[in-house]
Structure formats: structure tokens, C-alpha cells
Design a protein around this ligand. Structure first.
Ligand SMILES: N[C@@H](CCC(=O)N[C@@H](CS)C(=O)NCC(=O)O)C(=O)O
Length: 219
């Protein structure tokens, strides 16, 4: 069995897949696509990902895009440890937590959106940063309300991390990329601390990827 992941150090969607693979103890090779330099538009990459985006997982030659679909696939072919609970109501809750980031907050801050804001709408660098911080804060606020309603024990759905924790940790990783303070999101910060204490999460963090140091964004 071989697994390749087309990803990028700063990609939050790739972060989510990296964590899932590590939690399942699946070895993989990551192929770096520099989406800040436009490598997602290289000839041939549309074959890998028709949306000109990362991640794409290649499992024994079979390609899958969309991080949520990849994680659900991994859960089906390698069920242990489960990243989606067996109980339908718990599974729905895990998916709804995951979608706060994957469907609502994160898509507003990806490079193609930032590029359109700058090139088509004339937003400058500060305005684009402000836009990204705003929508990242919006996602953090939603997670804070959801976690206050059902406190983690110790993870979002119970004793082991699920797709919900992966997404909440992803929202925090985005906040790290935008150098944001989590002081006003205590439930999120505490859960993320528990997640990032696990090597599967810590090793997947954008700042731990080899491309980060080479990017010139390292502080
Ligand atoms: N919904 C997709 C998001 C894919 C996506 O937008 N990925 C970003 C990186 S996190 C990307 O490659 N963007 C390229 C661009 O915006 O040009 C997923 O969860 O996999």
C-alpha cells in the first residue's frame, strides 16, 4: 500500500489530512505544491486536482480530493482509530463541528479568494489580512459557543480525537498563521492544547513543515 499526499505547509486542508493519516499511523509521502507561487496551475496539476487546490490523496494509485472526503475514506478503509463516531447522532455532531471550519470559515481565506480581493477588488495587503483575521475569528467564535454548549471530555466527542478535533485544531493553526491571540476563546484554546500535545497534531502543524522555514515567513 502506498499513500501520497499533495499538500503544502500552509494549507489548512492538507493539515487536516496529515493529522488523520498520523492518527491512523499510516505512512505517506507528501508532495509539496507551492500554492502561494501558483504551482496549482501548472500544466498537468488539474489531472491531480481539478479545483487547482491541495490536498489530493493518492492511495494505491486512486486519487481523492476534498479533505473531508479523504478523511471519511481513510476511516472506511482503515477504521481504527475511528475519526467519525459509529453512533449516527454523534457522527452528525462530529461532521457539523468539522464543517464550521471546512465549509464555512476556511474557504473564505484561501489563496484564490485573497487573490481576487486584491486583483479584482483592489484590496491592499492590510485589508486582505484583516479579512482573513475576521473570518478566522468568526470560526473561532462559533467553535467557542459550540464547545461551551457541550464541553470537551477531554476531546470534542469524548475520549479520543475525531474529525471534529482535527477541524478545531485546524482553526487554531489558521489563527497561528495569522498571529492571532486566543485569549478570548478559552474552550477552543484548551482543546487545541490537548490536541497539539499529541504528536499526530503537533507534527502536522504548518510551522513544523519543511516548507515553512524555506518560505521566509518563519519568525
Ligand atoms: N474544500 C477543500 C479546500 C481546498 C483548498 O481550497 N485548498 C487550498 C489550500 S488550504 C488551496 O489549495 N488553494 C489554492 C488556491 O486557492 O488557489 C478541502 O477541504 O480539501
Amino acid at each position: 500500500m502506498t499513500i501520497q499526499l499533495y499538500g503544502f505547509w500552509r494549507s489548512n486542508a492538507a493539515f487536516r489530512v496529515r493529522v488523520a493519516l498520523a492518527l491512523k499511523n499510516l505512512a505517506f509521502e507528501e508532495i509539496d505544491i507551492d500554492i502561494l507561487s501558483g504551482r496549482q496551475f501548472d500544466p498537468g496539476f488539474a489531472e491531480v486536482n481539478p479545483g487547482h487546490a491541495v490536498p489530493t490523496l493518492v492511495h494505491d494509485g486512486h486519487r481523492i480530493s476534498q479533505s473531508a472526503a479523504i478523511i471519511e475514506y481513510l476511516d472506511e478503509v482503515h477504521p481504527e482509530p475511528r475519526l467519525l463516531p459509529a453512533d449516527p447522532r454523534e457522527r452528525a455532531h462530529a461532521r457539523s463541528l468539522a464543517m464550521v471550519l471546512a465549509a464555512d470559515a476556511h474557504p473564505l481565506t484561501v489563496p484564490r479568494v485573497r487573490k481576487y480581493l486584491g486583483q479584482a477588488l483592489g484590496a491592499d495587503k492590510a485589508a486582505i489580512e484583516s479579512w482573513c483575521r475576521h473570518w478566522t475569528t468568526d470560526g473561532l467564535s462559533t467553535y467557542e459557543r459550540l464547545l461551551a454548549r457541550r464541553p470537551p471530555a477531554p476531546f470534542a466527542l469524548g475520549t479520543t480525537p475525531t474529525i471534529a478535533d482535527i477541524s478545531i485544531a485546524g482553526q487554531v493553526a489558521l489563527a497561528d498563521v495569522y498571529r492571532m491571540d486566543l485569549a478570548t476563546f478559552p474552550e477552543v484554546a484548551a482543546l487545541a492544547k490537548r490536541c497539539f500535545a499529541l504528536p499526530a497534531f503537533a507534527d502536522a502543524h504548518p510551522f513544523r513543515q519543511p516548507g515553512y522555514k524555506a518560505s521566509g515567513e518563519a519568525r
